[in-house]
Design a binder for this molecule. Sequence first.
Ligand SMILES: NC(=O)c1ccc[n+]([C@@H]2O[C@H](COP(=O)([O-])OP(=O)(O)OC[C@H]3O[C@@H](n4cnc5c(N)ncnc54)[C@H](O)[C@@H]3O)[C@@H](O)[C@H]2O)c1
Length: 370
Amino acid sequence: MATSVLITGGAGFIGSALARRLVGAGYDVAVMDVLHPQVHGEHGAIDLPPSVRLCTGDVTHAPDWDAVLRLCRPSQVVHLAAETGTAQSLSEATRHGSVNVVGTTQLLDALSRAAHVPDQIVLASSRAVYGEGAWQSGSQVFYPQPRSHAQLASGVWDPHGPTDLPAIPLPSSAGRTEPRPTNIYAATKLAQEHILAAWTAAHDSRLSVLRLQNVYGPGQSLTNSYTGIVALFARLARQQRALEVYEDGQIVRDFVYIDDVIAALFAAIERPASPQRCLDIGSGTPTTIHELALKIAAICHAPEPVVVAKFRDGDVRAASCDIEPAKRALDWLPQRALEDGLDALLGWIGEQPESGVGPGDHTPLTALLR
Ligand SMILES: NC(=O)c1ccc[n+]([C@@H]2O[C@H](COP(=O)([O-])OP(=O)(O)OC[C@H]3O[C@@H](n4cnc5c(N)ncnc54)[C@H](O)[C@@H]3O)[C@@H](O)[C@H]2O)c1
């Protein structure tokens, strides 16, 4: 009998790509998703293979869980359902706490009511749990406080270190970097990790936590104004608009292509943890936002990006990760270089029906934190 996998949030960007990969490999896949209008539009657009059982339900709602677990008793649960707006989370903390934290405890209580313990739970966590992450100044490693409004307003972009030497950001690594969330979304993702670690340990189940960097690629929402600088830049550049790059352009992120993330999730399912692991998933290559803007503008033959020295309170300065542990644990290697991935994304966007990004609509820059 085919191994069964339940994907919560499985109609979303990552979930639907994972469902396609699993179905292709012969898994029996069920999806639980509320088809959130912010992600799927008012008409609930989805792109799932016909063999996937789609259970429309809310992870915060116990009766929905009971209905899902009456339909399937999954060998593995991949938990992706989440509220993902980092900036939104600071003004809608309850919404994020409810879906991300209570939604996770509802999953566990439903499993207990159904007397079912999956072999493994896989959680898509986020690099956001690290906040500003670890930096180095001279030989000293330090954890900077979030940058203050006054600091940013005076154009001091990098955190101050404990020595007079310049401070350098270090790639995050689950094995050595302390999580220090700086927004509610990040705090809820870390809470998910702790909750699932406690439950799976107590029930002799297994847990794989994958802390994802910035995921991009075909299939990402183009209507959700909170999910991603890459899609936003791509759409603006396609309209021949000059991209505005904040601060001094040197904000760093790791942009990882959707197929590489799916390969990591797939490997985590195929090779379950023994019994728990936490891995960083990215391309392994830090990129500045200015570099990203230049690459996208070049592909689209758009005007030169402009570094505007504007800033957004709450943005972390640098995010990248050490992917060596994930490469070893999952026998996985990211394949897609940023240029190729951007080409694929832009090609896909060109095939989508137009829906304009309004002038001055730079809200999604806040999604950098994600
Ligand atoms: N995309 C990224 O760059 C990124 C980075 C780090 C972590 N993650 C994590 O990966 C996971 C998936 O992200 P994504 O990019 O596919 O997001 P997405 O918004 O495309 O998908 C999330 C899905 O969850 C569903 N959902 C939301 N609330 C729900 C609820 N109450 N009940 C049931 N379903 C609900 C939505 O309808 C959507 O289909 C999330 O947990 C996110 O925190 C994503």
